[in-house]
Design a protein around this ligand. Structure first.
Ligand code: PGA
Length: 252
């Protein structure tokens, strides 16, 4: 799974140009979905372009604001709205949103539950900041973020299969300093083991994919994707250029 996370970038024109260029340039493989997460205001436009042209790109939302339909939230985007737009994926828990929106793990749990109920696939983002890393507390920090899964009220196997984890060390996001291969392999190994040990989803034959994100670019993508336990990439800055993104997809 290779995800383009455009954050707060783009125009209608650049969305259209990018979708067409990427669709023409990637060698799509069913085992490796290509997921485009434009800004929310372009979701419907992106969906329409993909459907009208029968492109093999899937659409994801960068955000879902609302845990409960009956709450009032000006500017909120609910899972029902995303489903109505035939959006397939949603990012939950991205560090920028945890930071700006002060999202607690409790709120994040509710978002995941609601998204799964509404048949969206969830990309659950986790990652430690630089202080936590330097204090050698990354694993306990990540454990708390992974404990979100222990709170889930959802037990339906098919829904649990719709969860992907994205490990994005905060210090690597947008910094140009990706995590080293060894660090990525160890941390992804830890994440997979923690999920197995604590949730025992392996008994249901469920092994969530773990993606890496944080300063992925054309030069480092091959090394990162070939790392043990790395099942895909979540790409911010380097996804904006269709040529770069297509090359990364094709190398992955
Ligand atoms: P970056 O962003 O690739 O620009 O570091 C990744 C992300 O925040 O998803």
């Amino acid at each position: 799974m290779i995800i383009a996370n455009w954050k707060m970038n783009g125009t209608r024109q650049s969305v259209a140009t990018w979708i067409q260029a990427v669709s023409n340039n990637i060698n799509i493989k069913d085992v490796n979905p290509c997921i485009f997460c434009p800004p929310t205001c372009y979701l419907e436009y992106a969906r329409r372009l993909v459907d009208e042209n029968d492109y093999h790109i899937e659409i994801g939302s960068q955000i879902v604001n609302h845990s409960f339909e009956d709450e009032s939230l000006t500017g909120g985007i609910s899972t029902t709205m995303l489903k109505d737009l035939s959006v397939e994926y949603v990012l939950v828990g991205h560090s920028e949103q945890r930071n700006f929106l002060k999202e607690s793990n409790n709120v994040i749990t509710k978002k995941i539950e609601k998204a799964l109920e509404d048949e969206l696939s969830v990309i659950y983002c986790i990652g430690e900041d630089i202080d936590t890393k330097n204090k050698n507390e990354a694993y306990s920090f990540l454990s708390e973020q992974l404990d979100v899964f222990c709170q889930l009220q959802i037990t339906h196997e098919d829904k649990l299969r719709s969860i992907t984890v994205a490990y994005e060390p905060i210090w690597a996001i947008g910094s140009g300093l990706n995590a080293e291969k060894d660090y990525i392999e160890e941390t992804h190994g830890f994440i997979k083991k923690y999920i197995n040990d604590h949730l025992e989803w392996d008994k249901l034959d469920i092994y969530p994919a773990v993606l890496y994100g944080g300063s992925v670019n054309l030069n480092n993508c091959e090394e990162i994707i070939s790392s043990t336990n790395v099942d895909g990439l979540l790409i911010g800055g380097a996804s904006l250029n269709s040529e770069t993104f297509s090359k990364i997809y094709n190398l992955s």
